[in-house]
Design a binder for this molecule. Structure first.
Ligand code: GDP
Ligand code: MG
Ligand code: ZN
Length: 376
C-alpha cells in the first residue's frame, strides 16, 4: 500500500530507520500521510522527529475526539504518528500508528473518597518501548519500600509488553554491600536482569548501551534523584538532559526533568527520560503482576488446592516456602498488595465500562426520540 520507500529520499529513510522505523511500520501508514515519531508532548501539541529535524504539530480532529473519550488515546512520547501536510511546511497529527507496547499507569483521574485513590483511567507514560529500565539508587534499594517500588514498576513493565531491566544506580556509593544488594534485588525481580551502574564514571553504561543495539527504544523510570538523567547523558555522551544539583543547605535535590523526552542516541538506539513520579498506580492488568511474581506463581502450582489463597490452607506450598525462608514474607505481602490493587482496578474499569455503555444508550435513545419527533 505504502509508497514510502519510493517517494522519500535516502537521507529521510535512513533518518526514519534510526528512529526504529521498519517495513512493517510502513505497511501501517495511511496513504498520503508522513511518518514521524513523538519526542515530547506539551498540552495539546506534540514535538515530533520528522524529516531529519523537529517539528511542533497540533492534533487533528479525530485524535482530539478519541483522546477526549479516553486519555489513553492521547499521543505520547514514543508514539509513531501519521502527519498530514496542511500547507507548505505546516503539519497536523492526524493519526497514531498501532502501539506495539505501551507503559500505562492507572489511577490518574479524579481521586475517589474511598481508601484507594484514583479512578480507572490510565495514562500512557511511553509507547513503542522495547526495554524498560527500572532505576533504583543502590544506596537504599533493600528498603521494603524501595523493593516494593521495583516490584510495582516491574509488574507494569511486564504488562507493557517490553522487557524490564533493573538498574542499580550510584553503585559507587555502596561499597562492599553490592553483592548482597544484587542478590536481594534479584530475588525481587525473578527473570529480570539486574545491573549495577555508575553513570558519572561510565561503569556499567556500556552494558546498558548494548541493550539498545538494533535501534531499540528504552524508557528510564524511577524516583526523582535516582540518576535517570545522568544515565541518559552518559548514554548520549553529552549533557542533553539537565540533572539535579544538590541544593546547599538541606542537601536534597530538586526536580529538574519536567517532560518525558525521547532522545535518539548518536551510537544508535533511543532512550526516553522521565520525571520522577511519586505515585504510580496499576492499570488494567493481564499477566503483569503474575510475571513480576513468577516465583510465587510457580510455588502456587504445588499447593494442595487449586484455588488456594495462601492464607492458612493446609498443604500450601507458598506458606511453606515462607516458613522455610526460601520466600521472603515481604514478597508474599507485596504480591498480595499488588493483586488486591489489580482486582480493585479491574472492578473500577468494569464499572466505568458499564457507565460508558449506559451513556451511549442514553444518547442513542435521545437521538431516536428526537428523530421520531422530527419525522413528518
Ligand atoms: N555518586 C553518584 N551520584 C550520581 C550517580 N548518578 C547520578 N548521581 C547524582 O544524583 C543526582 C540526581 O541525578 P539525576 O540524574 O538528576 O536524577 P533523576 O531525577 O533521576 O534524573 C545528581 O546530583 C547526580 O549527579 C552515580 O552513579 N553516582
Ligand atoms: Mg531527571
Ligand atoms: Zn497456597
Amino acid at each position: 500500500m505504502s509508497t514510502l520507500s519510493s517517494s522519500v529520499s535516502p537521507a529521510f529513510s535512513s533518518f526514519l530507520s534510526s528512529l526504529g522505523w521498519d517495513a512493517s511500520r510502513a505497511a501501517e501508514l495511511p496513504a498520503g500521510l508522513s511518518p514521524a515519531r513523538v519526542a515530547r508532548v506539551d498540552r495539546g501539541a506534540a514535538e515530533v522527529l520528522y524529516g531529519g529535524g523537529r517539528l511542533q504539530v497540533h492534533y487533528g480532529a479525530k485524535v482530539r475526539r478519541e483522546a477526549a473519550a479516553d486519555p489513553v488515546a492521547l499521543p505520547c512520547v514514543g508514539d509513531w504518528a501519521a502527519l498530514r501536510e496542511l500547507s507548505e511546511g505546516r503539519f497536523e497529527l492526524e493519526a497514531l500508528l498501532p502501539r506495539r507496547t505501551a507503559f500505562v499507569r492507572g489511577g490518574v483521574g479524579r481521586v475517589s473518597r474511598g481508601g484507594l485513590s484514583g479512578d480507572s483511567r490510565g495514562q500512557v507514560l511511553a509507547a513503542n518501548v522495547d526495554v524498560v529500565f527500572v532505576a533504583e539508587p543502590a544506596l537504599h534499594a533493600t528498603d521494603t519500600a524501595d523493593l516494593g517500588r521495583i516490584e510495582r514498576l516491574l509488574a507494569l513493565a511486564w504488562e507493557s509488553g517490553a522487557v524490564p531491566v533493573v538498574l542499580l544506580t550510584k553503585a559507587d556509593l555502596i561499597g562492599e554491600g553490592l553483592e548482597f544488594l544484587l542478590r536481594e534485588v534479584a530475588a525481587a525481580a525473578p527473570g529480570v536482569d539486574v545491573h549495577a551502574i555508575c553513570s558519572p564514571t561510565g561503569e556499567g553504561v556500556d552494558v546498558v548501551r548494548g541493550l539498545l543495539e538494533g535501534r531499540r527504544t528504552a524508557v528510564v523510570l524511577g524516583a526523582s534523584g535516582a540518576g535517570k538523567s545522568t544515565l541518559v547523558n552518559a548514554l548520549a555522551g553529552e549533557a542533553v538532559m539537565e540533572t539535579q544539583q544538590v541544593r546547599a543547605g538541606d542537601g536534597r535535590g530538586r526536580h529538574t526533568t519536567v517532560h518525558r523526552e525521547l532522545i535518539p542516541l548518536a551510537g544508535g538506539g533511543l532512550v526516553i527520560d522521565t520525571p520522577g513520579i511519586r505515585r504510580i498506580g496499576l492499570y488494567d492488568m493481564g499477566e503483569g503482576v503474575d510475571m513480576a511474581f513468577s516465583d510465587v506463581e510457580a510455588l502456587a502450582e504445588r499447593c494442595r488446592f487449586a484455588d488456594c489463597l495462601h492464607d492458612s490452607e493446609p498443604g500450601c506450598a507458598v506458606l511453606a516456602a515462607v516458613e522455610d525462608g526460601s520466600l521472603p514474607e515481604r514478597r508474599l505481602e507485596s504480591w498480595r498488595k499488588l493483586r488486591r490493587e489489580a482486582l480493585w482496578m479491574a472492578s473500577r474499569s468494569d464499572a466505568r465500562l458499564r457507565k460508558e455503555l449506559q451513556n451511549k444508550w442514553k444518547i442513542i435513545h435521545k437521538e431516536m426520540r428526537r428523530s421520531g419527533r422530527n419525522r413528518p
